[in-house]
Write a protein that binds this ligand. Sequence first.
Ligand code: COA
Length: 408
Amino acid sequence: MANDSAVGLHDLSFATTEFVLPHTVLAAEKGVDVGKYHKGIGQWSMSVAAADEDIVTMGAAAAAPIIERHGSDGIRTVIFATESSIDQSKAAGIYVHSLLGLPSATRVVELKQACYGATAALQFAVGLVRRDPAQRVLVIAADVSKYDLDSPGEATQGAAAVAMLVGAGPALVRIEEPSGVYTADVMDFWRPNYRDTALVEGQESIGAYLLAVEGSWKDYTEQGGRALDEFAAFCYHQPFTKMAYKAHRQLLNYCGHAVDEERVGRDLGLTTAYNSVVGNSYTASVYLALAALLDQADDLTGRRIGFLSYGSGSVAEFFAGTVVPGYREHLRTEAHREAIARREPVDYARYRALHEYALPADGGDHRAPAQTTGPYRLAALRGHKRVYETTGGGRGASRPSARTSTAG
Ligand code: COA
């Protein structure tokens, strides 16, 4: 087994929504050639949250199989990364903590920096485990990506949650030092507190992302990082999957390599399978890319993966991970494929109604429409308090016994 100085991902599990909108439907509605979506941005469908799903229900659904497999012993920290927060004060992770029945001797916190937040969470988790290798940290990244109807960003929406157990002697991927980090104050994508939908300057966000690729790689090499040729694959943040291709070509160019499309396909090809049908899951996106890679690659034992995490605004980080011997025995490939396959396709009218649905803000007692068949749901809003429940329904995983949470 790996030694104690190795810290990284011990388990990884993701969940997505009840519904899915195919881009063929969107294209027909908008009068757009579907090639723009399939080829131009690399998206085939988008996950659409039911009225009783949100970052908490998805986060709990992603994390429950991890707790079921490993128990909660040693988990003293839960870090929940999101940019579609449900409360300005209370951490979404506290609801998940309650739904999963985690011990009270736990610190729970929420992190935000656009789509980069989960990588900050992962790095903070690695630091906590290095301080005390007996501890494990549950990192959850969950987001519902929402742009205005009829805006260019609409076709790049999506939703998902990834849960990762970070610990010493990891079973999947060892996280290496150093990291290359980069921050630049840009307004490429943002969501003021009074808006439900994000604002994005599409072309500016692509340009800002590409500059961040260069900046984080430059710092990575200055910190003594590995050479480009040492990596077997690259997991990029994928606001739309074609962005990963743009980013990788930029990196090859920056490093003075010819842009060989066969190499680009080899480096990225397996990382886009989930994101191309889920859509942008913001914080979860780069780790959905990792799940797709691990689930599909023949054998990556001992191989290095490069991670490029980007969050608008902007912060980026490049770091490396090494795949651990025996990792394939710990993958959740079947459950991941089921999470995607089980979604119910919706037509444009239903998608639009879900997009426009807003929880009442009058402080009354409101039951949420019962739509999801997933393991957790938002049951009601009572006196401005969210009430969640375990449904007994499911995504193929058995769950902790039924409990209801406000969570308080
Ligand atoms: N067949 C194939 N490709 C087509 C096509 C067709 N019929 N029609 C257009 N395309 C291509 C375009 O050439 C373009 O490719 P390129 O980027 O390689 O030049 C691509 O499809 C997109 O077309 P474009 O006209 O730029 O689309 P758009 O104005 O609708 O905007 C985004 C696309 C991605 C900028 C927009 O969806 C967006 O802003 N998304 C949000 C991005 C985001 O979230 N950023 C923040 C986080 S990083």
